[in-house]
Design a protein around this ligand. Sequence first.
Ligand SMILES: Cc1cc2nc3c(=O)[nH]c(=O)nc-3n(C[C@H](O)[C@H](O)[C@H](O)COP(=O)(O)O)c2cc1C
Length: 670
Amino acid sequence: MPLETVISRRMSIRNFDLNVTVPWELVSKVLWAAYGYSWRGRTVPSFSGYPVIIYVSNETATYKFVPENQSLTLWKNGDYRGLGGGYDAPTQLYIILDANICPDILWGNAESGCVIQNIYLMANALNLGTVCQYIRTDIHQGLGLPVNEKVLYKMPLGYPLPPYANYQNLMPTSRQSSPELPEIQDSNVSLEEALDSIFPSHDWSNNSVTCQELSQVLWASYGYSYYEDTTASPPIRHRTVPSAHGYYPMKVYAANSSGVYEYLPEQHNLTTIVTEDRRPSIAQASGNAWASSAPLIIAVAYVEDSRPWIGGEETYVEVGLITQNVYLESTAWGLITDWGKADADEDAMKEALGLSGETQLHPASIITVGHPSIYFNLTISSTIGGATNPMSGTYTYVNGTSVYVTAIPNVNYELAYWKLDEINIGLENPVLILMTGNHTLQAVFICVYNLTVASTDTGTTIPPPGTYNYQAEFSLNVTAFPNSGYSFDYWLLDGEERKENPITIIMNANHTLKAFFVDDIPPEISAPVQEPPENIMAYQNVTVTVNVTETGSGLYNVTLWHSINNGTTWTPLNMTKISTNTYQTTILGHETCTWVTYRIIAYDNKGNQAVNDNHGYCYIYHVIPEFPSLIILPLLIITTLLTVIVYKKYKIKERRAGLNIKCRKRQNPY
Ligand SMILES: Cc1cc2nc3c(=O)[nH]c(=O)nc-3n(C[C@H](O)[C@H](O)[C@H](O)COP(=O)(O)O)c2cc1C
């Protein structure tokens, strides 16, 4: 939003949504505006070397703002937002004066006025709200501040409650104008941009300040908003600055080569005081000899009356509020500004202004405004594929102005780089151009397409899943990597199945690519451990234990199939898990001389089958007869020999008959 809109929307907010905290990011913006550093200095001017300190309190702690590195340091744990009372808000700012830096309490207040005005404006620009409160009791002690730190003001910060939420209560109305002061125009400079470019300087050219420029800066100094606050009945217009008790005791005068004029905020008009050039005498009387050739001098004075605070700290704050607005509006209109005290010799100042008869009037300060002595041109252009903000064209800027230019790429384009005076300066966006000479700047765009890579969770890809931008016609390989236990299955490239891995993608359009994986790897079954391994007696149970490993979809079951009729029929025994990967079952005892044949089959959850059948021969044991132990060994030898002979004969017979043993033939007993 243009600076003029922000200034015009300024108002004090006193009711805040206590349930919504102000994000640190926004608190940071407000603090930066208040007292931060810009590329060319600070966001506010200072006479005395920056004496203001800001403490920030939220529900958990109070922090001290460190403008030098835009950070906060913890000051005190605990909730100190309630110190001194005032309006409750999620965040409270305490505005403090370091009296070691600025012992003059009145001018310290004036300097704090610049800070306070920026807090008002930035809060407003962010749809937050604030109000300056003259609250001092308890704060110094409560926060445990050093003696040199004087509490000045307390400012709540939060989201306004209805009807002020988002400043809906403000309705645009006509913008005032008069023959001397034309209607206020929007500058197209944001508050941030103006704050970033504030540069106190009196290196002005001979060019006079135009009527439009005069109108803009006087309006900003003390004018009326061009919005109506509809919460009041009848609706009211707020002023561009706040004022203690809403009293507005200040007077603003403009002095140029043709005379001295008083600004009349109500009519947005001028009334003539003298019709001769009084600038040299104003400069002299105020003690600011440097100001004598200023194209425009704005003099700020207050009118004393019975109200006790007039002429005190709150009045000097208003000097700062006005000054800050003049700085901001001047900066937005390419003008340079400087500030001088003017309260040392009141009589001389009043005489210089042509106001000697005004006994209640007290001149306080002057602000000089002028065109800077040097201008430079910036010519902006862009290639096909995008635009810029400011748009292509030639713009004139004051020497030393910082200009932000933003590249805005079209769909499927991105900024390749900026060309400043034919040199590639990278692709920071927006780019900051410091106008200390004429420049040409071109935004160079390139066509890009995006590739969205995805994968099922059973594998991954290289490059990893995500969305990538590639220059048009760029070609790249994408490789699928299955997780352990899985194999690559296929890709879906823009919905079409593709089998190659890696796959080559040519970036001639936006593409989506997804990798799919399959579990086609069966479990692994170790050699079984049989207990007892031999000499199995009649009706003695046999325990069989195996290790089964499966890394893919997980194990479905492990089954031991055994046969006591040489594989003619098979009986399943479910193997139960006894520890990680270890499965066990028991084959019940059989009568003497039984040959027990067994093998193990495991399935994973995807139906992959693993068979351990001793390479086709199955595992076999024999239930031995119960002979005395002395003859067991010879008997066993004989039995084994006989078995081998019988088995070989049987195999020969089978081979002759063209058959194989049933165990080897039968693959799946299910
Ligand atoms: C130095 C100063 C002190 C102020 N102190 C208080 C205060 O203690 N309490 C309060 O509610 N408003 C305070 N205000 C805000 C004014 O009351 C307010 O600016 C004025 O009423 C005009 O209203 P507006 O800011 O909404 O346009 C203060 C303003 C200034 C500039």
